[in-house]
Design a protein around this ligand. Structure first.
Ligand SMILES: [Zn+2]
Length: 110
């Protein structure tokens, strides 16, 4: 019963090519203009555009970001800044306190 097939069949397999990764998830990336001023001062200022309506906004903020907890992990607590124009959350800032929010003409719009 010496019927040992010594033929290695490793190379006879039909090479199944890796599926080309054509199924990219459609990432709709949205960018937000933001500019930090006076980072080295007790009260910092940040200019940004509302995420929703692109209203230009300047905010004064104070303090170090507060470490909170998110799903059991330490995470920086973000302060929601409400847009004076549309009333939605314009941006989330990692700061302790937002002192003021003022609508301004967006410096990024012409
Ligand atoms: Zn807005």
């Amino acid at each position: 019963m010496a019927d040992a097939t010594t033929n290695p069949e490793q190379q006879s397999k039909p090479a199944r090519a890796l599926k080309p990764r054509t199924q990219k998830p459609e990432l709709i990336e949205q960018f937000q203009h933001i500019k930090f001023l006076d980072c080295n001062k007790p009260v910092g200022r940040v200019i940004f555009e509302c995420w929703h309506c692109q209203q230009g906004i300047i905010s004064e903020s104070r303090g170090e970001p507060i470490m909170g907890e998110f799903k059991g992990r330490p995470s920086i607590t973000l302060v929601n800044v409400e847009c004076p124009n549309c009333g939605k959350t314009a941006i989330k800032l990692s700061t302790a306190e937002v002192l003021s929010t003022t609508a301004i003409p967006s410096p990024w719009k012409k």
